[in-house]
Design a binder for this molecule. Structure first.
Ligand code: PLP
Ligand code: LYS
Length: 440
């Protein structure tokens, strides 16, 4: 069994995280329940930041908040001195409500609305990562309303796409995000932006994918971008102050995953940029990265209560839990794999194979196939590891299932940071029919 972060087995034979007994947490807060190991989030945040500091490079580590956003999470991120990547009015609103320093917020999105852009500019966010020509027009219109120049990065699709253990180069840059790097679009965008009085072109952004286990894709992306920067220095006298190489650093979900330490990604990225900068004889730009999953993924665990079971003779045993694709859609969406244990009986032999079914009305609502567990009984507590990224943030109300609560644990203390949705919450926006209802 692989124990992440501060996870331990205590004297009761229970799984403990952050010094708190998870079986007690399940009793106190109910299940399903998302638990975050705060010390592990801090450790990850610090390792990214310190890696840059060690190399003497000016940098911003922006937490990609799509992985998990809540007021408390944003406050933790602020406390650790990271920046924040938001991709919607909702994430931006949460960031502002949390008191996050707006100068460290970066707004992303491939279809930002006028109102989202205005909201970001009203709050003087650190930068807008411009994605397309429509957005340039919107910003041009908006720029006349503000005294300060709008700081922007231009997002490019570098023609490098990474998938888990490998990467491919895509000649045609077939992506809905950003300006093509190799088809003339980015030059058109730079020329347009440089001619807009109220916009300041701070630099270039690219992101090559998610759950990536090697550094070759990042190095190649940096190479592609810098080949172009060499040209832009000549043609536009444009030298980026910032180069943002995105997020995507992989984590260990199961024993098949072999993640690299944060320091290794940072070193390779910095070395790649330094090489080009030295060749060009320009100043080292600030390097920005945007880790999401690698900051919170393995710090999250979901607790469920076991309910019904079904045996299909000679085939398998299904064990159903009180959540499913409503709180973790990743197995259904990406065939994502997870490891799990019985939190209340961790020390017992996990040597019976069962398959964990969710409670949604969907055959595909299976959380884990062929999971080794002890003989499971109703009321056992199942702990699924590594659910911290894209779990709560992609949770939904399918079958009108309320979203679970979120608890932070650290130094033996638990703190509720997101309340469990109630049935009342589910109908709060529903309006009754205008016409009088006649009972038949
Ligand atoms: C632009 C951008 N930045 C950062 C991230 C964060 O990725 P991850 O959670 O894999 O680190 C993503 C998601 O893939 C993204 O699209
Ligand atoms: N939601 C995806 C990752 C998307 C990355 C965002 N650009 C996942 O759970 O793996």
């Amino acid at each position: 069994m692989f124990l992440h972060g501060t996870s331990e087995i205590n004297e009761h034979g229970h799984l403990e995280i952050g010094g708190v007994d998870t079986v007690t947490l399940a009793k106190d807060y109910g299940t399903p329940l998302y638990i975050y190991d705060v010390a592990l989030i801090r450790e990850r945040a610090r390792s990214f930041k310190q890696a840059f500091e060690k190399m003497g490079v000016r940098a911003q580590v922006a937490y990609a908040s799509k992985a998990f956003s809540s007021i408390a999470m944003f406050q933790l991120v602020a406390e650790e001195g990271l920046s924040l990547d938001v991709v919607s009015g909702g994430e931006l609103y949460t960031a502002i409500a949390s008191g996050f320093p707006s100068s460290r917020i970066h707004l992303h999105g491939n279809n930002k609305s006028y109102h989202e852009l205005k909201m970001a500019l009203d709050h003087e966010v650190g930068c807008i990562v411009v994605d397309n020509f429509y957005e340039i027009e919107l910003l041009k219109g908006l720029s006349t309303q503000y005294k300060r120049k709008i700081p922007v990065l231009l997002r490019v699709t570098p023609g490098v796409e990474a998938h888990t253990h490998d990467y491919i180069t895509t000649g045609q840059e077939d992506s809905k995000f950003g300006f093509g790097l190799l088809n003339g679009q980015i030059e058109q965008a730079i020329e347009t932006i440089l001619n807009i009085e109220g916009i300041h072109l701070l630099g270039i952004h690219c992101h090559i994918g998610s759950q990536i286990f090697d550094t070759a894709g990042f190095v190649l992306a940096a190479e592609r971008v810098f080949e172009k920067i060499k040209e832009w220095k000549e043609s536009y006298s444009f030298i980026p102050e910032v180069v943002n190489l995105g997020g995507g650093f992989g984590i260990r979900y199961t024993e098949d995953d072999e993640p690299l330490p944060a320091t290794y990604y940072v070193e390779q990225i910095v070395e790649a940029v330094k090489k080009h900068v030295n060749e060009m004889g320009i100043n080292m730009p600030e390097i920005w990265i945007e880790p999401g999953r690698s900051l919170v993924g393995d710090a999250g665990t979901t607790l469920y209560t076991v309910g019904s079971k079904k045996t299909v003779p000679n085939i398998r045993e299904y064990v159903a839990i009180d959540g499913g694709m409503s709180d973790n859609i990743r197995p259904a969406l990406y065939q994502a794999k997870y490891e799990a244990v019985l939190a209340n009986r961790v020390t017992e032999k996990h040597d019976k194979e069962v398959s964990i079914a969710g409670k949604c009305c969907e055959s595909g609502d299976m959380l884990i196939w062929d999971l080794p567990l002890p003989e499971v009984k109703a009321e056992d507590i199942l702990a699924v590891f590594c659910t911290g990224a894209y779990g709560y943030s992609m949770a939904n109300n399918y079958n009108r299932i309320p979203r679970p609560a979120v608890v932070f644990v650290e130094n033996g203390e638990a703190q509720l940071v997101v309340k469990r949705e109630s049935f009342e919450d589910l109908i709060v926006n529903d309006l009754p029919l205008k016409t009088k209802i006649t009972q038949k």
